[in-house]
Ligand binder design. Structure first.
Ligand SMILES: C/C(=C\Cc1cc(O)c2ccccc2c1O)CCC[C@H](C)CCC[C@H](C)CCCC(C)C
Ligand SMILES: C[S@@+](CC[C@H](N)C(=O)[O-])C[C@H]1O[C@@H](n2cnc3c(N)ncnc32)[C@H](O)[C@@H]1O
Length: 259
């Protein structure tokens, strides 16, 4: 039976950071990020399907493939949300493997658990859900054979610390696959992304009362790192190799970092 096996006390606000939203400067804390993902949880999956025309499923399959996950592995899906990547990993590792999905949003985890209950394949029993912080992982050094992180790194308030934690809990020689929206250096791609967010994503999300939450997407991409910068971040954290791949015509990107 799946469980949220860690329920730590409310997390301390580690290194609050400023991010920009239009012209405003907002002081963002861990609690505010948690609140944002709590609010979008009920519609998160539907909006991803709708706004990406189902393409996020393809991108997630690619991320799992890049993680190098194999049958029997013990793997982590960091910032797992409602569990898409964890379910894909579960199929890869099979019944002899183990998948841990970790997220700091109880609401997202509870949706992941409901989805798990509705699935009948035996392999999905190998997933365990843990409520925790990506910046302070409750695992020992070298615990995992592979890690995926889908649309998570852009949202953590301390990306350097998150990368160090990824490295710490990975077994030497294994990989972290980090999928996210690409901060493109190509003006046309960046403009197209902005146009899509302003004219499609935010108007649709507004219909669900989530205008501010999805407007945040735009500022979070601006504040994110380019592919090259992500490679540098991983190398600075101590990974031995880091390669960034653009996908979906450069709208999305996947960092593959090897311990
Ligand atoms: C699955 C996707 C994003 C998940 C996601 C990530 C976040 O950081 C959020 C933060 C705040 C609110 C929501 C999210 C969130 O849902 C990626 C695809 C879904 C996007 C919402 C759509 C992005 C549009 C692209 C810029 C262009 C899509 C082109 C496509 C080929 C039609
Ligand atoms: C955009 S969602 C991605 C969910 C899922 N990985 C997917 O691809 O659909 C980002 C997730 O990161 C989680 N998150 C953000 N910062 C976190 C942190 N410091 N620790 C744990 N989870 C975090 C949020 O709760 C949210 O569920």
């Amino acid at each position: 039976m799946a469980s949220v096996c860690c329920s730590p006390p409310p997390m301390p606000c580690r290194r609050p950071r400023k991010f920009s939203s239009g012209n405003r400067r907002i002081r963002c804390t861990t609690e505010e990020r948690q609140a944002l993902f709590r609010r979008i949880a009920p519609v998160y999956d539907n909006l991803n399907d709708l706004l990406s025309l189902g393409q996020h499923r393809v991108w997630k399959r690619m991320a799992v493939s890049w993680s190098g996950t194999r049958k029997g592995d013990c793997v982590l899906d960091l910032c797992c949300g409602s569990g898409d990547l964890a379910f894909l990993l579960s199929e890869k590792v099979g019944i002899d493997g183990k998948v841990i999905g970790l997220d700091f949003s109880r609401e997202q985890l509870s949706i992941a658990m409901s989805r798990q209950r509705l699935r009948t394949k035996a392999c999905y029993k190998n997933i365990e859900w843990i409520e925790g912080n990506a910046l302070d992982l409750p695992f020992s050094t070298g615990y995992f054979d592979a890690i995926t992180m889908g649309y998570g790194l852009r949202n953590v308030i301390d990306k350097e610390e998150a990368m160090k934690e990824l490295l710490r809990v990975l077994r030497p020689g294994s990989k972290a696959s980090v999928l996210d929206i690409n901060k493109s250096t190509r003006p046309f791609t960046a403009l197209f992304q902005e146009w899509m967010i302003d004219n499609v994503v935010v108007p649709v999300a507004s219909g669900y009362g989530l205008k501010e939450e999805y407007t945040y997407l735009k500022s979070s991409i601006k504040e994110y790192l380019t592919g090259k910068e992500l490679e540098q971040l991983a190398m600075a954290a101590g990974f031995s190799n880091a390669k960034f791949y653009e996908i979906a015509g450069g709208l999305m990107g996947n960092l593959v970092a090897t311990h």
